[in-house]
Ligand binder design. Structure first.
Ligand code: 5GP
Length: 190
């Protein structure tokens, strides 16, 4: 069976990346399988272990890093690590499905370096930093402190956008979904 390709989606948080991914997953012709990342942070809201993330203790996370179980991992926020398990990549691509990854900017470029032409790195841009801040506040899941950190981080992340294979501006959600789906179709030759 032909192995699936890797689609990496990265964006500052609040850009609508998770919504875009959910919409893409509803398109059966794209044959997408989601890579469930591991994180050392605690679940938020209704998040479940093995669905949004594999929630690991900081000790277990670092054991698995030492055991070489991660394709990539980053300390995305101070003291909080996120990583892609090798087992998740092979689980999806060996079944012939295309793997879609939602990872931070550095992790994305790291995976792109490792997989080269087998991977497509897409950066989702907010219409502006002001709009991003408005969306994050509306989401209302963060303390003021953590919100500030996300916004500062977003500004740094935006400076990496031109290192990606392509960029999509999420001004209108339907348009952004259509544009991203078209990029996936072309890349995976669907
Ligand atoms: P959140 O805590 O809001 O769910 O995610 C925070 C950030 O972690 C997001 O920017 C997301 O892209 C990033 N992230 C999630 N999973 C991974 C991963 O497996 N590797 C890396 N490098 N970043 C990840």
């Amino acid at each position: 069976m032909k192995k699936g390709k890797i689609i990496i989606l990265s964006a500052p948080s609040g850009t609508g990346k998770s919504t875009i991914i959910s919409r893409l997953m509803e398109m059966p012709e794209l044959k997408l399988g989601f890579s469930i990342s591991a994180t050392s942070r605690a679940p938020r809201g209704a998040e479940q272990h093995g669905r949004e993330y594999f929630f690991l203790s900081p000790e277990e996370f670092s054991c698995r890093v030492d055991a070489g179980e991660f394709v990539e991992w980053e300390e995305v926020y101070a003291g909080t690590c996120y990583g892609t398990l090798r087992s998740e990549v092979t689980r999806v691509t060996d079944s012939g499905n295309n793997l879609i990854m939602d990872i931070d900017v550095k992790g994305a470029l790291n995976v792109k370096r490792q997989y080269g032409d087998e991977a497509l790195a897409i950066f989702i841009l907010p219409p502006s930093v002001e709009e991003l801040e408005r969306r994050l506040r509306a989401r209302n899941t963060d303390s003021e402190d953590s919100l500030r950190r996300r916004i500062d981080k977003a500004e740094t992340e935006l400076s990496y956008a031109d290192k990606f294979d392509c960029r999509v501006v999420n001004d209108n959600l339907d348009d952004a979904v259509a544009e991203t789906a078209a990029l996936v179709r072309k890349f995976a030759a669907i």
